[in-house]
Design a protein around this ligand. Structure first.
Ligand code: AHR
Length: 508
């Protein structure tokens, strides 16, 4: 293989695990301008809204077919008391958001507003309950308020607040980061507490909760092991008593330290390559946490949920350090595409993933201008949009033969790929990581014939390129020219630092 070429072999006739659409999930916390200013502007705003929810944001996100939305945190979840966020808005109690900027929270966006947002997005709600500073009764009543029909104290309260019918809430988180902001607990102590809380999160009527325990940080395999010991199935004959369907995991990509995480748009090629190595680490983390889970749950009944992932850079100059507002460049887009390759490969155990966060916080899809209200789609948004076809498709085995670059002693393959098939179509994702050179790639397409093909590419002249209200399409997908038939399939020239999707129409 010459250094300027690469090959990806795709077995079109060997479909594997289904790539759940929930791997393309999202996360919206009461943090900075994610909810307030991002999703929510209030009914009196000049920005077009429905019941206070920004319609331009909803419209942009609908194109991503967001499958689920996690709310209200994050760290905020463990200091959130849901009863403060219902009833007439002008009578809702205020609180201090101690995690994120010490700002006042007026609770104007609460349960009803969140459920309305999910309905507008067409997304399943993933509500994260409060273990750290809430009670078992409080969590139990929230589930009842949301999901019960007929007559009960919580149903009566919901009706008094204007909602007759219960909502469907499939996903329920039992606390967040219990090892840290969620209570600084030991794994065994949290496991016991979580069993207790989860017991009282009932399935009301036909609403079946998928209960997600607060899982490990990065490579804390001991945490996963402690939870699995407590929750895992007993030889798959039945539950040992832990009423859980999943455990979570959090992993953020950064290059520096927590005190200096690096700049979002000012970085060197070395910083970039290190970021790619760190992003690819997700594959090892998913594999090793899954291995621990396999020991206690060999039949895979308990799911792994990566409910926080993405890049974490220093905040943009002049913004509140507690608001986690960062720009988003071509580098971020490639972090996302590498994660998706890993998700597709691990789709057997990984059942859900939620990027942090959807609007104005960390690796966002959308940035809104606080003054003009203008909305910008980030390069990461475009990766999600280009990947919509992978949702609920069957993963295909892909083998990549590409040159690698040594990054501080670690081999970084300069091409990453994944593929899926659905309804006689195939979608192939190609992340070309070389910072400066283009590369000719042969797609060796085996097992099925194709009748049509097209390709789209996302890149820009620099890795640091990003979108702003003045230049909103600096990084946006365009058709990839010059794709050609090859005796093994297709051949295409990938620009440096680019993300490409190839769509195939397969012979039935
Ligand atoms: O996403 C920002 C924060 O990162 C979340 O609130 C917390 O769970 C994690 O540490």
């Amino acid at each position: 293989m010459s250094p300027s070429s690469a090959r990806a072999v795709v077995n079109l006739d060997l479909p594997g695990a289904t790539i759940s659409r929930h791997l393309y999930g999202h996360f919206a916390e009461h943090l900075g301008r994610c909810i307030y200013g991002g999703f929510w502007v209030g009914e009196d705003s000049d920005i077009p809204n429905e019941g206070g929810i920004r319609l331009d944001v909803v419209e942009a996100l609908r194109a991503l077919r967001i499958p689920n939305l996690r709310w209200p945190g994050g760290c905020f979840a463990d200091e959130y008391h849901w009863r403060d966020g219902i009833g007439p808005r002008d009578q809702r109690p205020r609180m201090v958001n101690t995690h994120w900027g010490n700002v006042e929270e007026d609770n104007s966006f609460g349960t009803h507003e969140f459920m309305a947002l999910c309905e507008l997005l067409g997304a399943d709600p993933y509500v994260n309950g409060n273990v750290g500073s809430g009670t078992v009764r409080e969590m139990s009543e929230w589930v009842e308020y949301l999901t019960r029909s007929g007559d009960s104290p919580m149903v009566a309260l919901r009706r008094a607040n204007g909602r007759e019918e219960p909502w469907k809430v499939p996903f329920w988180g039992i606390g967040n980061e219990a090892w840290g902001c969620g209570g600084n607990m030991r794994a065994e102590a949290y496991a016991d507490l979580a069993r207790q809380y989860a017991t009282f999160c009932r399935d009301h009527g036909d609403n079946k909760l998928y209960r997600i325990a607060a899982g490990a940080n990065v490579d804390d395999y001991d945490w996963t092991e402690a939870l699995m010991k407590s929750f895992g199935c007993d030889g798959c004959a039945g539950s040992k008593g832990g009423p859980f369907q999943a455990v979570s995991l959090h992993y953020y990509t950064m290059t520096g330290t927590w005190d200096d995480k690096g700049h979002a748009t000012e970085f060197t090629d070395d910083d970039y390559y290190l970021t790619m190595v760190n992003a690819r680490r997700i594959d090892e983390l998913l594999r090793r946490h899954s291995t621990v889970m396999d020991r206690y749950d060999p039949c895979g009944k308990i799911g792994l949920v990566l409910d926080e992932w993405g890049t974490w850079w220093n905040v943009e100059e002049g913004t509140n350090p507690g608001f986690l507002y960062q720009q988003n460049s071509v580098r971020d887009a490639l972090v996302a595409s590498l994660h998706f390759d890993a998700f597709h490969a691990r789709a057997d155990r990984l059942v859900m993933a939620n990027i942090a966060q959807t609007v104005n916080v960390l690796q966002a899809m959308i940035l809104t201008d606080p003054d003009s209200g203008a909305l910008v789609l980030t390069p990461t948004y475009h990766v999600f949009e280009m990947n919509v076809g992978h949702q609920d498709a069957a993963s295909l085995a892909v083998h990549v033969d590409a040159p690698a670059r040594d990054v501080n002693g670690v081999d970084l393959p300069l091409l990453s790929a994944s593929a899926s098939t659905k309804d006689d179509t195939a979608l192939i994702s190609l992340s070309h990581l070389d910072a400066s050179s283009s590369r000719t790639v042969v797609l060796d397409l085996r097992g099925r014939d194709f009748t049509d093909y097209s390709a789209r590419v996302l890149t820009a002249s620099t890795l640091q390129a990003h979108n702003t209200p003045d230049d909103p399409d600096s990084v946006a997908p365009r058709p990839l020219d010059g794709i050609r038939l090859h005796d093994r399939g297709l051949e295409l020239d990938l620009p440096p630092h680019s993300y490409t999707t190839v769509s195939l129409q397969l012979q039935p």
